[in-house]
Design a protein around this ligand. Structure first.
Ligand SMILES: [Zn+2]
Length: 236
């Protein structure tokens, strides 16, 4: 990986300077460092802009290709060696951070409380989708967990992230709760911890306190089969 992923340490960075490392097909840009989160781990990519002098290149998509973070921009013009300024669409990103932390907390409560497993999870800008392996499933139970989650979101409980050796990580019960979080084959894993509540191996961006989430609301629940329940909720 050529690019330093600034969002891993500081998810609240809204702007940064960078140098263009390479440009492919005139619109796929690799930078020496970035604040743009690339699609992955159930979290959508960031949008925003890359500015060079007075020229603005809108960032349409960010993904990982051949192990590198590629920023797709809306026009040609950037070239290797350019010094640029990056600005993330903060409204979108912050909502995704709140959603991601909300998803971890909700999954943790439900999994610990019911023994369910998360089999799928996708954040979108307007909703959070979960698939659970969960037989006893009704709206009342879900509503209880939503209420319970909202109690947590009214408290200033810290969320922090740090690295741990994989060996040590895998001894933590429930560390891989989400299908998204299957640990890659690397010696050190990034842990996202909701203090006293949950620890997950995770590469996403999160808020610093549960209070920043606000509240969640159930949108709908679907029965997709005996052991497959899908629920949608949103942050409000
Ligand atoms: Zn996550």
């Amino acid at each position: 990986m050529l690019t330093k992923m600034l969002f891993l340490d500081d998810s609240y960075l809204k702007e940064c300077n960078a140098v263009v490392v390479s440009v492919k097909d005139q619109k796929y840009v690799v930078l020496d460092q970035t604040i743009f989160y690339p699609k992955g781990g159930g979290q959508p990519w960031d949008t925003g802009k890359i500015v060079k002098d007075n020229e603005t290149y809108n960032v349409l998509y960010v993904g990982k290709f051949s192990g590198e973070i590629s920023h797709e921009v809306d026009q040609a013009g950037l070239k290797e060696g350019d010094r640029v300024h990056c600005v993330v669409d903060w409204a979108r990103r912050y909502k995704l951070m709140r959603s991601h932390t909300a998803a971890h907390l909700f999954a943790s409560l439900l999994c610990v409380g019911t023994g369910a497993l998360v089999t799928g999870n996708q954040l979108e800008e307007d909703y959070i989708r979960f698939d659970f392996n969960f037989e006893n499933f009704d709206k009342e139970i879900l509503d209880q967990y939503v209420d319970k989650a909202n109690e947590f979101f009214s408290k200033d409980i810290p969320v922090k992230w740090y690295e741990l050796p994989k060996e040590e990580t895998m001894k933590i019960p429930g560390i891989v709760k989400m299908a998204e979080a299957l640990p890659p084959d690397i010696p050190v894993l990034r842990i996202v911890e909701i203090e006293g509540v949950d620890r997950q191996a995770d590469g996403g961006t999160h808020v610093h306190s549960l209070r920043e989430v606000g509240r969640i609301e159930l949108i709908k629940a679907e029965n997709k089969g005996k052991n497959n329940k899908r629920i949608y909720f949103k942050i409000v």
